[in-house]
Design a protein around this ligand. Structure first.
Ligand code: PHE
Length: 338
């Protein structure tokens, strides 16, 4: 191609360029090492000596001119491509959002996890026993003897003469002591069953049993642990109080109260004016129960407690009917989103 043809063709071709691909082809044709401009440069060897300088200058001018045309076109093509991308990626921020609802943990699961967290921090391990128990584990070896009136405290669902739905998580104590030697420090969470149903009772509910067996375990250990527990679950200001009670498997037995976290102890509707709320039962493991599991009661002592998980959830969240925790009403459950 002569300089003249390059000048005219180049301009005409560039006018037709619309995208990056065509622009690249143009570059290859004119500006690359094998392109037309380079070919002109090569032609210098055929030019008479005295014209070489002028020829060289002329080719250089053409080169600069083509390069400038190319650069200007490139800018234009790039800008067009960018605008096209912006157009394609435009988001209509006024469109209604598609809601995907995330689920959340059931309040009972939250409470159970919170309780486990507190006691795991004190070194407790988790043990789970069966929901169908026999008389031996649920009653007899826990010192609830055959004709003992305390059997009536728990309205048992009997399955056969010997098998029943466990009425509490305390049989877990027997199962652990049968297989482990002291020191023992376990939590036994699980569902329990009693023929009982009203605003604060349900035929199925959940408990968390605690058992510690070691040398020199006393009621002070029980109170110290439970004090930490109520502080973690209710408030740093919460206090605990032990009241004497009765369970066949603990001696002495206590009911544990927490200072009312609603009124701080002054007296309100939640604590029925007393300033205290009952949260759980516990005590020092009855020597007879240790002996029933072949643990030397002259060397070891134990503490045990049983926490009603629904009761804690109702107190903590201000729920007035236990049934609410089992109805699976989504609107109710949604309130407990963390
Ligand atoms: N098992 C008892 C109940 O269900 C609670 C309890 C557990 C009491 C451990 C003392 C020790 O009522």
């Amino acid at each position: 191609m002569s300089m003249e043809t390059i000048k005219t063709e180049c301009q005409a071709e560039l006018n037709l360029v619309e995208d990056a691909k065509q622009l690249a082809d143009f570059w290859t044709k004119y500006l690359s090492k094998t392109g037309e401009v380079q070919k002109l440069m090569g032609g210098i060897k055929n030019v008479p000596k005295e014209e070489k300088k002028a020829y060289g200058q002329a080719v250089n001018e053409i080169k600069t001119w083509v390069q400038a045309l190319y650069d200007a076109k490139k800018e234009e093509v790039d800008k067009k491509a960018m605008l096209a991308r912006y157009d394609a990626e435009t988001v209509d921020v006024t469109l209604p959002v598609k809601h995907t609802e995330a689920g959340n943990l059931h309040p009972l699961t939250c409470i159970k996890n919170e309780i486990i967290d507190v006691f795991a921090g004190m070194g407790f391990e988790i043990f789970e026993g069966p929901e169908i128990e026999d008389d031996d584990h649920n009653f007899t070896r826990l010192n609830v003897l055959k004709d003992h009136p305390s059997r009536d405290m728990q309205d048992t669902f009997w399955l056969t003469e010997d098998l029943l739905l466990r009425t509490h998580t305390s049989p877990g104590q027997i199962r652990v002591m049968d297989t482990e030697k002291p020191p023992i420090k376990v939590l036994v969470p699980g569902k329990v069953f009693r023929s009982d149903s009203d605003a604060t009772h349900s035929p199925m509910f959940s408990q968390m049993e605690g058992l510690v067996v070691d040398e020199h375990i006393t009621l002070c250990d029980l109170q110290g642990m439970l004090d930490q527990f109520v502080k973690a679950l209710f408030s740093d200001e919460a206090k605990t109080r032990l009241r004497p009670s009765y369970f066949p498997f603990t001696e002495p037995s206590v009911e544990v109260d927490v200072s009312c976290f609603k009124c701080g102890g002054k007296g309100c509707s939640l604590c029925k004016g007393t300033g205290w709320i009952e949260v759980l039962g516990g005590g020092i493991v009855n020597n007879k129960v240790l002996e029933n599991c072949n643990i030397d009661s002259s060397k070891y002592s134990g503490l045990a407690f049983g926490i009603g998980i629904e009761r804690i959830a109702m107190l903590k969240y201000g729920i007035n009917h236990m049934g609410k925790l089992f109805e699976n009403d989504i609107e109710f459950l949604k309130q407990f989103k963390a």
